[in-house]
Design a protein around this ligand. Structure first.
Ligand code: PMP
Length: 387
């Protein structure tokens, strides 16, 4: 396997490394390979063909505020939000980004006053997504600066609060915690999709971030989108992307458009007997339900860990009450184990320590989205860990 080093976390490695009785299981990253089996089952229905002469220009839609946004991608974004009912998109500006990672930075740029005497504070309630601090600070910007846990933020003046709902790493549904005047909110809704959580209402925030990485599993396509209420904010985000990468791959946008189209189609009724409709979200939810059951069983068998508890809610998309099944397991080591990451590494399971998420090291985050083979091996290994 090719293993590089990324930031201060574990190596970027294949999910199962080595052979024999105890290969190393890498669940440090949230690589959404679980969804491959659905897309395989779709056969050629999500294929696109791009000829050598197509999509060569920098420009996609010169009349639009976001001039590098492919109109077909915009259409499929609005259609999918309509089908799922998870966010209001009709009267919003869409800004496309190279993953929501680029859009997050575009949002910080757009929302920080350019004439402030000091950088705008950027906060999020702990445990927060481990990449927020490093992405915020890696260029030592004069515009914005990471200021840590929103729960303990007391500094006066403007701030940007990142609200991740459902949250990475712990899976809980969240709201802003500060609620002060001068505060600006960015809602990272990467996981607000029916395979992970009940869709209880149509989100209607000022700035919402989404990504195909977690919605459909196409992390490698590197496409995200922002739904933005304010025209000036959308314009500044677009400017950031223009300065950063002069737009976003058209090839990727059209691939993403086809993928979203296939997902929306899968949620409807198909009359085509050769292609019976299997809802993508139904597939995802069933898969996640099964995995969370297996995980909870393993935790009981082992007796050394605990997991968050979630409450069921009515999902407007599924039309029934369902349980949340987050993309990550936020596992706590019980019984006096201080460093859960090291403890699990001793059992050849790579996870990410709570320290990276602004809390203590008794917690770890474990990806629930790897392939069956890796997940099953993980469950087997975890069940067997005893005092
Ligand atoms: N936000 C959250 C909360 C995430 O978990 C992730 C992916 N791990 C991202 C943003 C980044 O997603 P993308 O692949 O679109 O850059």
């Amino acid at each position: 396997p090719v293993c590089g080093k990324m930031g201060s976390t574990n190596s970027y490695c294949a999910p199962i490394i080595g052979f024999g009785d105890e290969p190393l299981i890498n669940l440090d990253h949230g690589d959404p390979t679980m969804f491959e089996s659905f897309w395989r089952s779709m056969g050629d229905r999500s294929n696109i063909v791009i000829s050598g002469w197509q999509l060569m220009s920098y420009f996609s839609d010169i009349g639009n505020l976001c001039w590098f946004l492919e109109p077909e991608f915009a259409r499929q974004i609005r259609r999918l939000h309509q089908v799922v009912g998870n966010a209001r998109s009709e009267d919003r500006h869409i800004v496309v980004g190279t993953g929501s990672t680029q859009l997050f930075q575009a949002a910080l740029y757009a929302l920080s006053p350019s004439d402030a005497s000091e950088p705008t504070s950027v906060v999020s309630a702990a445990p927060f997504y481990s990449s927020y601090p490093s992405i915020t600070d890696y260029l030592k910007s004069g515009l914005y600066k990471w200021a840590g846990d929103a729960h303990t933020f007391v500094k006066k003046g403007p701030y940007i609060e990142l609200v991740t709902s459902p949250n990475n790493p712990d899976g809980y549904v969240r709201k802003a915690v500060i609620n002060r005047t001068g505060g600006i909110l960015v809602h990272d809704l990467a996981y607000y999709w029916p395979q992970y959580t009940p869709i209880t209402s149509q989100a209607d925030h000022d700035l919402m971030l989404f990504t195909v990485s977690k919605s459909t599993g196409h992390a490698g396509t590197r496409i995200g989108w922002a739904l933005v209420r304010d025209k000036e904010v959308a314009r500044r985000m677009t400017k950031f992307i223009e300065l950063n990468t002069i737009g976003v791959s058209k090839d990727s946008q059209l691939r993403a458009a086809k993928i979203l189209e296939t997902v929306s189609d899968s949620c409807g009724h198909s009359d085509d007997a050769d292609h019976p409709a299997e809802s993508f979200f139904e597939f995802g939810r069933q898969q996640m339900t099964k995995r969370w059951e297996q995980l909870r069983d393993a935790v009981v068998k082992s007796g050394m860990f605990s997991l968050p508890k979630f409450t069921n809610d009515f999902c407007n998309h599924a039309g029934q009450t369902i349980e949340p099944h987050p993309a990550f397991a936020w596992l706590k080591c019980e019984g006096g184990i201080e460093d859960c990451e090291s403890f699990l590494r001793g059992h050849k399971i790579l996870t990410r320590s709570g320290r990276h998420f602004g809390v203590d090291s008794t917690y770890v985050r474990i990806s629930m989205l790897d392939r069956d083979e890796t997940f099953n091996l993980f469950i087997e290994r975890l069940s067997g860990i005893r005092k």
